[in-house]
Ligand binder design. Structure first.
Ligand code: GDP
Ligand code: GDP
Length: 453
């Protein structure tokens, strides 16, 4: 799930951090129970209506007064702006327009990012409109009076902000299932591809993928089409150029991005390596469905415990994808290869699955009944008001609670476990979004959302 970024920009002391707190107060600072979230702490998660995004406070944007026309822009602000879908420029309504504001506005106008102008510290509504009118001259469109401290005006600002965010990244719901085959070199990806192609007669011709040399292949079985992503990348043998250890991990990452379901191919003889873990982490981060395909099973000496022991090994070492089904195959003999597609069907279906709000809340009620949320020493107890599924691919469930900080990782895992126990979700990651429900303004919105489902 790569969320759009909103950059908060302005000179020091106008109330940027206060505004960021206001916009992100409903969620934790960046979710810690999701593996692989690598951004630093200045990025915080926020949501409004049905949109999730990241807010980044750029810190005080300081321009060097001595070199009038060559502003020294803090690198952080530059970086933030370059990846931002929208920016909010904050100014101080009580102080009024300053030269520093003008310099920043000029700089912002040179970028193509849409900018909203928030005139902060406007606690009084009437007064605020007058204060705000001062800032029309910045050339950034309508100045919006807000008060980060009181929260007034921020709702209107957010309404407008989300219109500037790119549409939610969703792989289009089509009949075909996009499958990426990824893994280290020599685990048997090409052999597996050949096995698919061999067993499924109705092969449609290779079709070009999104990048220049990415060729996808269409395979059909039982009237279901599977698009095998970047088969050129699988077949490419560049050992000569790169050496036998070369592992095109970025190419694998790209394939994962485009997939609904990822086959993470492992070599039964090697067990799980660090590179396998890295791929698993990425699959989970990107919210893709996954199947662990343990290949070369023919070459393993087996007794009655082997499968059991091996499954344990996989579960221990690949905890990012502990929800993934595993299958033990031989691409060489074709053993169980056909079965992989059955698992793909299930995983894709679960990945796209939508569960009604009433069912989600039944599960929640039951879960809380068995095991109540933790309480602090001071006696403050976590409360879950209700939950509702906010998106699919992967299924994401928002849980509205009194204070998300009261829910520790253990309890979060417990709740996820209960969802899986009751509802399945085999083969797909499940996202739980823990959202504190505090202000009146915010309470209105989740309620609207719940009725939509
Ligand atoms: P930043 O440097 O832009 O991040 O500004 P801060 O968020 O640290 O705020 C700077 C000062 O402005 C602090 O003393 C805040 O209490 C005050 N401040 C921030 N927002 C508001 C507001 O909405 N109204 C008023 N009156 N003061 C505010
Ligand atoms: P890729 O680099 O992941 O595409 O791996 P390849 O498909 O090229 O296979 C690498 C090597 O593993 C080749 O020598 C294959 O013959 C061998 N291999 C692939 N699948 C199997 C299998 O199921 N069993 C055994 N014993 N060897 C396999």
């Amino acid at each position: 799930m790569s969320l759009p970024v909103v950059a908060i920009i302005g000179r020091p002391n106008v109330g940027k951090s206060m505004l960021v707190n206001r916009l992100t107060e409903m969620t934790d600072a960046i979710v810690h129970d999701e593996p692989g979230v690598t951004r630093d702490r200045t990025y915080r998660e926020a949501f409004w209506q049905d949109r999730d995004f990241l807010v980044v406070d750029t810190g005080g944007l300081v321009f060097d007064d001595d070199t009038e026309f060559l502003p020294l822009i803090r690198q952080q602000a530059m970086t933030a702006l370059s990846e931002a879908s929208a920016a909010i420029m904050v100014v101080d309504g009580q102080v009024g327009l300053t030269t520093a504001d003008e310099t920043i506005a000029t700089w912002l106008r040179q970028h193509s990012v849409p900018v909203l102008l928030a005139v902060n510290k406007c606690e009084s509504l009437d007064q605020g409109l007058i204060q705000a009118s001062d800032f029309w001259s910045l050339g950034l469109g309508e100045p919006y009076p807000v008060s980060a401290i009181h929260g007034s005006g921020t709702g209107e600002l957010l309404d407008l902000l989300i219109t500037h965010l790119p549409p939610t990244e969703q792989l289009e719901e089509s009949e075909e299932i996009r499958v990426a085959i990824v893994g280290r070199p020599n685990v048997g990806k090409s052999s597996l591809l050949n096995a698919f192609v061999g067993e499924n007669r109705a092969i449609v011709s290779p079709i070009s993928g999104t990048t220049r040399d990415a060729v996808d292949m269409l395979v059909e079985r039982n009237e279901q089409q599977y698009r095998l992503i970047d088969t050129a990348g699988i077949r490419k043998k560049k050992q000569v150029e790169y050496g036998p250890e070369f592992f095109g991990i970025n190419r694998a990452f790209k394939a994962i991005r485009r997939a609904n379901v990822v086959l993470l191919v492992l070599d039964a003889l090697d067990g799980v390596t660090e590179q396998d873990q890295k791929l698993a982490g990425r699959i989970a981060d990107d919210g893709r469905a996954c199947i662990l395909v343990v290949n070369k099973w023919d070459a393993v000496e087996k007794d009655s415990n082997t499968i059991y022991d091996y499954s344990r090994h996989l579960k221990d070492r690949l905890h990012f994808t502990e929800w993934a089904e595993m299958i033990f195959v031989s691409a060489l003999s074709g053993q169980r290869v056909e079965k992989i597609l059955d698992l793909v069907d299930t995983a894709a279906e679960q990945h796209r699955r939508r569960v009604s709000t009433s069912v989600i809340n039944e599960v929640l009620e039951d879960a809380v009944g068995w095991h109540s949320p933790p309480a602090t020493r001071q006696g403050k107890q976590g409360k879950i008001y209700y939950g509702t599924q906010v998106s699919t691919q992967p299924p994401s469930i928002a849980l509205f609670v009194n204070d998300s900080k009261l829910f520790n990782d253990n309890y979060r895992r417990y709740i996820e476990g209960q969802f899986r126990k009751s509802l399945g979700f085999t083969g797909t990651p499940l996202r739980l979004l823990w959202r504190s429900k505090k202000t009146r303004e915010m309470q209105r919105n989740p309620a609207n959302r719940a009725t939509k489902v």
